[in-house]
Design a protein around this ligand. Structure first.
Ligand SMILES: *Cc1c(COP(=O)(O)O)cnc(C)c1O
Length: 380
């Protein structure tokens, strides 16, 4: 009996994505073993974070690395680091509470602005704003000029954040131009690449371009512990991140990273980089072909290859469109029946009458189970 059965919780076949609400990703046995190993002893947690960081930095061709409690915590700690450096008095003032100069308060001397593209904003940017910074937005639906970025920089600018998404980047100042401007004004540029794995090269691509930090979710493409994240980049900033992070009782104290997560993420990075990614891609292509064949003769159902993923990852998914009238069932009803049936299946909707099946989170045998359930629901 699994723990989930004992708790009366249904497990889910995840054909959707590495979604936090479904548990992120499934850790390979190597990662689970590393975590179990780490759980057996007490250890100096600051020293462990440093050593694990050194190992991950080496593996990912970066100057330094840090294991955070998820990518959202990485956003908060990176922001804090850009504001405080290693200044203990500044660290103690976070989160910045009131906007400077308002309500009779003296303008404080700490940096409190972060530059973002208006069309690059995502819900996760709360994790940056929770430090108390103000967003300075640049650009519009027609694009953004390097001059706009340069003009937005003031002596209060703590950082420039990019929320990487290859589907939107044509609206932004290019990484190359932005990095040049950031360097000229000595402002850190940080790339939130939480969901940008695959491709594995992204672990060093942004920092090798000159970004000061890049951050990733540990519980998405890396298949590490769900509550882990990875920050790579400049040593001085990584040190300032550790300075703000747990176990120190400041802004990062509620973002604790266990010894198991640190060691687990290191094992995950090793596993991920040793993985045959071409073979993995090929298996996703084969899944698309499989669904194309299964539904080739089904009236009212069309299957095609969707590429790239919604996060812009170079990863094919299967898109299935339903002729609702012909089939006598709506797409939403299909999704509902998949979710509430046996077993429970979670896949994404696509447009008004389609669904997307993502191979990244499917376990062996589940591709066939989804096809079978779809056939049952469609009565075909
Ligand atoms: C998922 C995601 C995050 C949050 O990552 P967690 O590891 O779940 O905290 C942040 N930014 C982006 C762009 C994401 O896709």
């Amino acid at each position: 009996m699994t723990i989930y059965k004992r708790l009366g919780i249904r497990t889910v076949i995840n054909g959707n994505a590495t979604l936090t609400r479904l548990g992120g990703s499934i850790m390979p046995p190597e990662v689970v073993a590393a975590m179990a190993d780490a759980s057996k002893h007490f250890v100096d947690i600051i020293e462990l974070q440093k050593r694990v960081g050194e190992e991950i930095a080496k593996l990912t061709h970066n100057e330094a690395a840090y294991v955070s409690c998820g990518a959202a915590a990485a956003l908060t700690l990176s922001t804090a680091a850009c504001i405080t450096g290693l200044d203990a008095a500044k660290r103690e003032k976070l989160p910045l509470s009131l906007p400077p100069g308002r309500c009779g308060f003296q303008p404080h001397t700490m940096k409190n602005e972060v530059i973002v593209h208006r069309h690059g904003r995502v819900g996760y940017d709360f994790a940056v704003r929770q430090v108390g910074v103000t967003f300075v937005e640049i650009g519009n639906e027609n694009g953004t000029t390097p001059t706009e970025l340069e003009n937005a920089i003031t002596e209060k600018t703590a950082a420039i954040f990019y929320f990487a998404n290859p589907g939107r980047e044509h609206l932004w100042v290019s990484y190359e131009e932005a990095i040049a401007i950031a360097k000229k004004h000595d402002v850190p540029l940080i790339v939130d690449a939480a969901a940008q794995l695959p491709p594995p090269e992204n672990l060093w691509r942004f920092t090798q371009m000159g970004a000061d930090l890049a951050l990733f979710s540990g519980g998405k493409g890396l298949c590490g512990p769900q509550s882990s994240g990875l920050i790579v980049g400049k040593k001085s900033l990584i040190e300032a991140i550790a300075f703000n992070g747990p176990p120190h009782p400041f802004i990062g104290r509620g973002m604790k990273v266990g010894k198991e997560e640190m060691v687990g993420l290191l094992a995950a990075v090793e596993w991920y980089l040793n993985h045959d990614h071409a073979e993995l891609q090929q298996s996703y292509e084969e899944q698309v072909t499989y669904y194309e064949e299964v539904f080739a003769d089904t009236q009212g159902v069309t299957v095609h290859r969707s590429f790239p993923s919604e996060a812009g990852q170079p990863m094919p998914r299967t898109e299935i469109r339903f002729d609702e009238e012909h089939l006598g069932i709506t797409r939403d009803e299909i999704l509902h029946q998949l979710q509430t049936g046996e077993p429970s299946i979670d896949i994404a909707g696509a447009g008004a009458n389609g669904v997307l099946i993502n191979g990244q989170t499917l376990m062996p045998g589940e591709v066939e189970i989804i096809a079978q359930r779809l056939k049952e629901i469609l009565g075909t």
